[in-house]
Design a binder for this molecule. Structure first.
Ligand SMILES: NCc1[nH]cc(CCC(=O)O)c1CC(=O)O
Length: 300
């Protein structure tokens, strides 16, 4: 490949930049003499902070502007949190590399020293229907004599933590992956209660960084080196299930998969109409399509 600088697009948030730096590091580590340049963009999703995402176009709001830049050739790659990616990508673009999955768990975050057992009504900040649904259910076990009230909370991770610190909520729910990547995991201002993925099912793709690019580009040999096979397989399966479900963002859906002893294990939850459905299935890694269909059937 000819020596050139790879232009990588990402959002301006600190998490997005840190995540893109991870991709840059991985590119440097290929030892293929690659140079990178960051192209930061503010997206619709970053500008509109006073409404839940689902009121103005859902997942695409973080991605569309980068897709246009990729198609125009202004950037060569875009780095996304896989869970924020829309189901259908623009023609000619694809997920060209999948990095090794970071901790996929959801975490209940409280301020250091706070004791939720003393609170009659626990106010939890989250805008995600999936998180609201699951914390309501788990809350009945965690706090049998208390009530849980979920309230909307948007903004980047630091903004959300700021609102917790202001006392607007007793707890908030965030992804472990974001907290770890932002160096907040050891932060003594907060207490973290991690939920096992089989109990509190993460969003499809949670913890995974996906690199989007033009398909069949001359970067492919380089991008192969960044790719983690198991994470790619899990992301493929989780996205396939979501696509089959054709779940809009109005429906809470969680999907999580992992490889165990050479087989694929998948957990899912959905809530359509009045009913909450849960699945736990096993399948062969060579037959992900049929596993996805089985999972989607169980969740629809
Ligand atoms: N929706 C925002 C978002 N997108 C990705 C992450 C965390 C990183 C990841 O899941 O890879 C977060 C923050 C959060 O949900 O706490």
């Amino acid at each position: 490949m000819k020596e050139k600088t790879i232009r990588i697009g990402t959002r301006r948030s600190k998490l997005a930049v840190v995540q893109t730096n991870l991709v840059e590091q991985a590119l440097l580590h290929t030892g293929m003499g690659i140079k990178t340049e960051l192209v930061l963009k503010q997206t619709e999703g970053d500008r509109i902070l006073d409404k839940p995402l689902l009121e103005f176009g859902g997942k695409g709001v973080f991605v569309t502007e980068f897709e246009q830049a990729l198609l125009r050739g202004e950037i060569d790659l875009a780095v996304h949190s896989a869970k924020d990616m829309p189901m259908e990508l623009e023609e000619g673009l694809g997920i060209v590399a999948v990095l090794k999955r970071e901790d996929p768990r959801d975490v209940l975050v409280t301020l250091a020293g706070s004791d939720l057992s003393r609170i009659k009504e626990v106010r939890i900040g989250t805008s995600s229907l999936r998180r609201k649904m699951q914390i309501q259910e788990i809350g009945k076990r965690l706090w049998p004599d208390q009530t849980v009230r979920c309230e909307d909370l948007r903004g980047n991770v630091q903004t959300r933590l700021g609102k917790l610190a202001e006392g607007r909520f007793d707890a908030i729910i965030l992804a472990a992956a974001g907290l770890k990547r932002l160096g907040l995991w050891e932060d003594s201002r907060y207490q973290y209660h991690c939920f096992d993925c089989e109990i509190f099912i993460p969003a499809g793709g949670q913890g995974i960084l996906a690199v989007e690019g033009r398909i069949n580009s001359d970067l492919e040999p380089v991008l192969k080196r960044l790719d983690d096979e198991e994470s790619r397989r899990c992301l493929f399966l989780e996205r396939k299930i979501l696509r089959l479900l054709d779940a809009g963002c109005h429906e809470p859906v969680g999907v999580y998969s992992r490889q165990r002893d050479g087989r694929m294990e998948v957990f899912g939850m959905s809530h359509r109409g009045e009913e909450t459905k849960k699945i736990h299935l096993w399948g062969e890694i060579t037959e992900l399509d049929s596993l996805a269909e089985l999972a989607a059937r169980g969740l629809s």
